[in-house]
Write a protein that binds this ligand. Sequence first.
Ligand code: SAM
Length: 230
Amino acid sequence: PPLYKQRYHFIKQLVNKHKPKKVADLGCADCRLLWMLKFCNCIEELVGLDISEEVMKENMYMLSPLPSDYLQPSERQLTVTLLQGSVAQKDPCMLGFDMVTCIELIEHLEAKDLEKFPEVVFGFMSPAMIVISTPNSEFNYLLQTVSLFRHPDHKFEWNRTQFQNWAVEVAARYDYTVEFTGVGEPPHGKDVGFCTQIGVFVRKKLRNVEPDRFEEYQRRVYTTVFKIIY
Ligand code: SAM
């Protein structure tokens, strides 16, 4: 299967294993991962965030209920919300999530936004689990790309050491553990790592929330683009 499907499949397996109720996908783009996750019965709240309203709107209708959802209403409550905003900004509606996914997002962030990202996602949102994927530059020579990066909008592509150093430092700073894996196996005998590298971060403490800490962030900064209650 294509690499993006392998990434989504990886997330789906994690969801089925850990059964989060509230899941947010940051940099959700055309909502394809959200669409897949809508079929995971443990999820009661799904939120997608992207800086681009247009890209979210492309396939937004896919998230609407199907005729069968009306004919055979399920026991479970499901709310799907799409928000326009930046991962460099804190918004109170991102509090209280069990899992946050950031699939092929960080390499699109400008240096100043990448610097703010850990404080927003780990420090503020502080979900029980965070999954971050990004290209592994060591794999690039196998892809026969002529350009420097795999995509013209990439601001950087990291090798395994660069990603793992960044991830370990962030995990230590915000009291998470991190484990590394990936999707897209290298050809036999090549020690270049996975094509897509993935860090799975787990919060050490049960809850990291001190309500008074968030008083200054009561203001909504994201805008709601779409909301559907099943
Ligand atoms: N996660 C999707 C997937 O796996 O198919 C697509 C990721 S796409 C390569 C990167 C997305 O990040 C784009 O849709 C882009 O608009 C979004 N993005 C870039 N900067 C962002 C920011 N500061 N905050 C939120 N989203 C951002």
